[in-house]
Structure formats: structure tokens, C-alpha cells
Design a protein around this ligand. Structure first.
Ligand code: ZN
Length: 265
């Protein structure tokens, strides 16, 4: 069985204080460097992979981990990269630098609206700085890998971006919450019908959501398998696809063919 993992992370999350407790949730399975990353690929028999930086409570760290993504891409043939950007004014310069220095093997831009403070993917919430970075990102034609879920990452904000700009966009977690799935899946069908390049991955999606999506959509061609390692658990994410009641060819589309076609890898 061939597997392309369309979204997972590199870079140590470490220990942070959260509600007065010191927590180290990834202890024992951190992906600190390229060596750890290669072990993860080998252990799980991953043919190709798209890696992005881990993001931490300090918003600067993901930008630092862009170097790790570039290193992994350079050292490992089967690895492609998604670099972190954040369009809010305090990270404008850093994001511009990323967008001006896209190297071979970088095929996506990773972003999480939950780190955008008062801004959301809805263009009506943007100021001039945010608009400038977002337009530059969209015009790059790299696929935007956008976190979806609650608050700033709610599909109601994301759909405004898609309606206004028609970006090439990979919606991580397929909406991310129960309401997110309810909002996204019917819209995804419409976007696919109108020829928009909107894709969703299966990481973190609730059990029902992937089953519903494969039943409801006319084709599974816009769905990617992703583990979101180390946030997601590779084996259970994979089992979610293997156990779907669809043909082997449709499983292969989700497991690798779609990502290969869309990302050109
Ligand atoms: Zn992720």
C-alpha cells in the first residue's frame, strides 16, 4: 500500500506552561530534527511526505522551524515542504522574507488563523498589511495549507476567503470540528463543482466526517490522507481510511494519487 502523507510537522514543541501546569505533551515522540523525521517516515512506510513546521505558543518559533523544513527537503528525496507564514503586522517582515525566498521542493504555505489575533481568513477583517501578504501568498500559486477548526479558523471565515480570492487551498482537518464538518462538506461539493481548487485532508476529522464526505461528494478526488504527526496518531489516521467502505481505487486516490496529482510530486 502506497502512502503520501500530505501534512505533518517537524520541530520540537517542548515544554510550556499551560493553566499553571508545565506540560510536555510530545515527550518521547518529538520530531526534533531531520533524523527523527526520517525515522518517522521509515517506521510508517511513507512513500512521500509534505512537512511543515510545528507551531508553539511563541509565534516566532514556527518561522525558525522553516529552516528544518528546508533541511528535510534538501536531505530527503521523498520530502516536500510547506513553509510557515503569518500575515499579521508583527510577522509581516518574516512572512515577506519567506515568500521572497521559495526554494526548490517547497510546494505549499502553512498558516493557522488561530495565530492571527484579531484577523481571520475573512478578507473583511484584514488591514492593508494582512491583505498584502495574503495576496502575495495567493499569487505565488503555492497551495495554502490552512488549519481549520474553531474561532479564527472557523469555516465561516475561510469560505469568505475562498469566495473572494479562489485560492489554491488545502483545508487541514476538513473543518476540524463537528460544526466545521457540517459547514465545510456541502460547500466543498459546490466548490468542486464550480472548478475551484479546494482540497481537504482527513487528519483530525471526526469519524463520521470522512465517511460522510466520501458518500456525499461525487468523487474523492479532492481528499488527501494526512497524519498531522505528531499531533495526530499515524496508525489510527491511516486506519480511518483503510476501513472506509469504498473501492480500493478510491482508497488509493485518498492515500496518494490525489496528493501526487494536485501537488505535482
Ligand atoms: Zn497540523
Amino acid at each position: 500500500m502506497k502512502i503520501v502523507d500530505a501534512h505533518n510537522h517537524i520541530g520540537e514543541w517542548g515544554t510550556w506552561e499551560y493553566r499553571k501546569y508545565r506540560i510536555s505533551p510530545f515527550e518521547g515522540f518529538e520530531i526534533k530534527d531531520v533524523e527523527d523525521y526520517e525515522t518517522f517516515l521509515q517506521k510508517n512506510n511513507i512513500a512521500k511526505s509534505i512537512v511543515c513546521p510545528t507551531y508553539c505558543p511563541d509565534g516566532n518559533i514556527a518561522f525558525r522551524y522553516n529552516r528544518l523544513v528546508e533541511e528535510a527537503v534538501k536531505q530527503l528525496d521523498r520530502v516536500y515542504g510547506a513553509l510557515w507564514i503569518n500575515p499579521i503586522p508583527e510577522f509581516k517582515e518574516k512572512s515577506e522574507e519567506v515568500l521572497n525566498n521559495i526554494k526548490k521542493g517547497i510546494i505549499a504555505l502553512k498558516m493557522s488563523p488561530n495565530a492571527w489575533k484579531q484577523f481571520t481568513p475573512d478578507p473583511n477583517s484584514w488591514n492593508r498589511d494582512v491583505r498584502e501578504i495574503m495576496e502575495k501568498a495567493i499569487e505565488s500559486r503555492l497551495i495554502l495549507q490552512m488549519h481549520t477548526g474553531s474561532q479564527n479558523s472557523d469555516i465561516e471565515h475561510v469560505e469568505k476567503l475562498i469566495d473572494e480570492y479562489s485560492p489554491r487551498i488545502h483545508l487541514v482537518h476538513m473543518g476540524g470540528t463537528v460544526r466545521g464538518h457540517f459547514k465545510l462538506i456541502p460547500r466543498l461539493k459546490e466548490w468542486i463543482e464550480t472548478g475551484l481548487e479546494v482540497y481537504a485532508d482527513t487528519s483530525w476529522a471526526r469519524g463520521f466526517a470522512v465517511k460522510w464526505a466520501v458518500n456525499y461528494l461525487d468523487s474523492v478526488k479532492n481528499i488527501f490522507f494526512a497524519s498531522d504527526n505528531p499531533w495526530g496518531d499515524f496508525k489510527s489516521e491511516l486506519e480511518k481510511i483503510k476501513s472506509l467502505d469504498i473501492s480500493d481505487d478510491e482508497k488509493d486516490m485518498i492515500l496518494y494519487k490525489n496528493a501526487e496529482r494536485v501537488y505535482g510530486i
